[in-house]
Design a binder for this molecule. Structure first.
Ligand code: SF4
Ligand code: SF4
Length: 110
């Protein structure tokens, strides 16, 4: 039974791929397997400008680094995220945190 969730505030994601790389370094995933994968949407014309969205998506392999956190550690992706837009919070705090972050944040519960 999971008691935590990952929240990603997409508006601050820079598309740096650090979450992918640090997760891959932490775990012994096979080639082609990822705990989280960055998807990109764009560039797309919007009005007079362009938009380019980055959307990191945790996979079924992501367990929120349960083992590391159970010994007092921190999920490495949340440390190395250049946008500082990833966090792991107790389930009971998810609604409050989403309300604080606004409508570009998403929640992942393994
Ligand atoms: S919480 Fe752990 S398993 Fe999940 S994406 Fe981050 S580093 Fe990978
Ligand atoms: S590490 Fe953070 S800023 Fe970089 S791609 Fe992942 S979620 Fe986005």
């Amino acid at each position: 039974m999971k008691d935590h969730a990952m929240i990603i505030d997409y508006k601050y994601c820079t598309g740096c791929h650090a979450c992918e790389v640090t997760c891959k370094n932490e775990h012994d995933f096979s080639e082609g397997e990822w705990g989280i994968k960055l998807t990109e949407h764009g560039p797309a014309k919007m009005g007079d400008g362009w938009i380019w969205n980055y959307v990191p998506v945790p996979s079924k392999l992501c367990d929120l680094c349960e083992e590391r956190r159970s010994t007092g550690g921190v999920a490495p992706c949340t440390i190395h995220c250049l946008g500082q837009c990833m966090e792991i919070v107790p389930l009971e705090d998810v609604s409050k945190r989403l309300a604080e972050l606004g409508d570009e944040a998403a929640v992942f519960i393994p």
